[in-house]
Design a protein around this ligand. Sequence first.
Ligand SMILES: Cc1cc2nc3c(=O)[nH]c(=O)nc-3n(C[C@H](O)[C@H](O)[C@H](O)COP(=O)(O)OP(=O)(O)OC[C@H]3O[C@@H](n4cnc5c(N)ncnc54)[C@H](O)[C@@H]3O)c2cc1C
Length: 401
Amino acid sequence: MEFTLTAEEQRFRQEVRDFLRAHLPNDISRRIDRLGYLMHGRDSIQRWMRILHQKGWSAPNWPKEYGGPGWTEMQRYIFDEECWLANAPTLPISSLTPVAPVIYTFGTAAQKERFLPPILRADVFWCQGFSEPNAGSDLASLRTTAKLEGGHYVVNGSKIWTGGAHHADWGFFLVRTNTEVKAQKGISFLLIDMKTPGVSVRPIVSLNGHHHLNQVFLTDVKVPAENLIGEPGKGWDYGKFLLENERTASAFINQSKRELRKAREIAAGEMRDGRPLLEHPEFSRRLARLEIEAGALEYSVLRVLTHEKTRYNGIAVAAVLKLHGSDLQQKIAELQVDALGPKAPRAFSEEDEGNPDSDPPGMEKYVAGRTADYLIARAATIYGGSQQVQRGIIAKLAFGL
Ligand SMILES: Cc1cc2nc3c(=O)[nH]c(=O)nc-3n(C[C@H](O)[C@H](O)[C@H](O)COP(=O)(O)OP(=O)(O)OC[C@H]3O[C@@H](n4cnc5c(N)ncnc54)[C@H](O)[C@@H]3O)c2cc1C
């Protein structure tokens, strides 16, 4: 496949690059460079999003009509790539990507007016309450119920692995509003203010020592009926719409390209037997193989973005990208940690990660955060649908098995 950016796309890339150079706060980019992509809290994201908002770029995937820049998929890809290159914070995915398109596609005029502008301004953050203790891959078996009583739904149940619930203002939840029909047909999409009485959030600390995940308990939570999106019983369809809407995001290709560069930097700095690791054939072969895999994945993403025709179903294509993208993330993280050798476990402590402005004594600047990223990368083959589930989707939708 021949692939080159148009003159207009090249001009756009330069505009984004110049903007990032001029406006991305140095302390934020330095911290992300030092500590990895997950190490920036709500404050940094909010500060960065507000800067982007001034430019009209705070919601790259939204149409102009709702305050987005109205970019093409290729422009969004270029923007994303430049942001990774510049060590900008990842924007709040749960707010911008899943819930907002559902609101502006299926919501009422009042819901659009109420919920979209605060997301654009980064005043409000969202979390995604889909998975439950006994409903992950098999989401249709979810048991959290919402019973309509007067003008309210009364919600009872529990959600788990809810990323960012502890600092989210609102959550979008899949709830069961009808138990009499086929499992998928009884699910609805409900917006819940996280400060409502009866909502409680219990932290789940991850293997890397960070608190991102939570279990959310909902006990007799009264939610105004006007917070239901679209029609009752259509929640499953809206969930599928989310999947089709962002076909290439789960490839995480720009993140992997950045981490490969970091792996190269580590291998150039680390010595084995008196010479840089990068000069050892076994290591450089392993690195080259991953760079080639990343190149192939990038082309697959670009084929989708340029709407190259495929005989495969869109969800199956997204599954292929997720399968390879998450596998690649893990292999790169493993390579980085292997390259660090005995320094890797030393870098895995709050103390080492604590101060982004000075290198811990005796440690090169590329060490901090690598082991924490390696550990959280284990989750990449689980969230957004496990590897086994993606393979099942490909077998069914692409090959009719
Ligand atoms: C870091 C992280 C962040 C997350 N963030 C969120 C979030 O913000 N909101 C949210 O709602 N959820 C979130 N999740 C939950 C995530 O979507 C689920 O973990 C995922 O869907 C898998 O479900 P499960 O954990 O219940 O595992 P299970 O579904 O119980 O799977 C267990 C094992 O069985 C395998 N398996 C299951 N079904 C099949 C099948 N049909 N064929 C073959 N193998 C199968 C799986 O591959 C897996 O190996 C997050 C998870 C992680 C790890």
